[in-house]
Design a protein around this ligand. Sequence first.
Ligand SMILES: [Mg+2]
Length: 210
Amino acid sequence: MDLICIDMDNTLIDSDKTHIIGYLYAFKKNKLPKVSIKKIKKYFGLVSSEIVKNLFPEISGQKLQKILEDNYKYFFKQRHHLKAFRGIKKTLSILNKKYNLVLISNCSKKEVIASIKKTKINPKLFKLMIGSNEVKRPKPYPDEILLAEKKLRQKVKFVIGDSPYDIIAGKKAKAKTIAVLTGNHSKKDLEKEHPDFILKDFNKILKILK
Ligand SMILES: [Mg+2]
């Protein structure tokens, strides 16, 4: 069975609200100047430390740690907003019969487990779930994919995600890459990374993996 690595946020799960409230709360609590939601969303797909550093390049060290901790805390308080996209549970169960599925996320493993639980996606559909804290360099580096390959002792065939960082990571791992348009990144931005396929949503994967 071939290996498919699947991004979580905005590929399988609608998680914008939870994450945005988390960042806004953390920024307010740490007395940072206001940033627009649009600007925050632009960096979604990166790990939280990179999102904060992109928005506030001057912040580092303890202050950065404090912001990340507050954001993390608020994620758990706001996780009731998380929702699985329509049809993805069925699509995953169809894929699961023919492929080894691995979830690769730039959220921490704890956030991944909480998100999957909250959205009632069966965790057993995945051979592995890999969080950003399990590798040295999260996406856009390919380390999460390489870890999946190492653990399952097989090469990845497809990588699917909503952000350019998923596509960059997939290409570095020499996978075929599939972009979905259910996140905050436009078709134009995704095209710049030359994915092999661009799909309206995750469910359309069944059409290419017949
Ligand atoms: Mg994503």
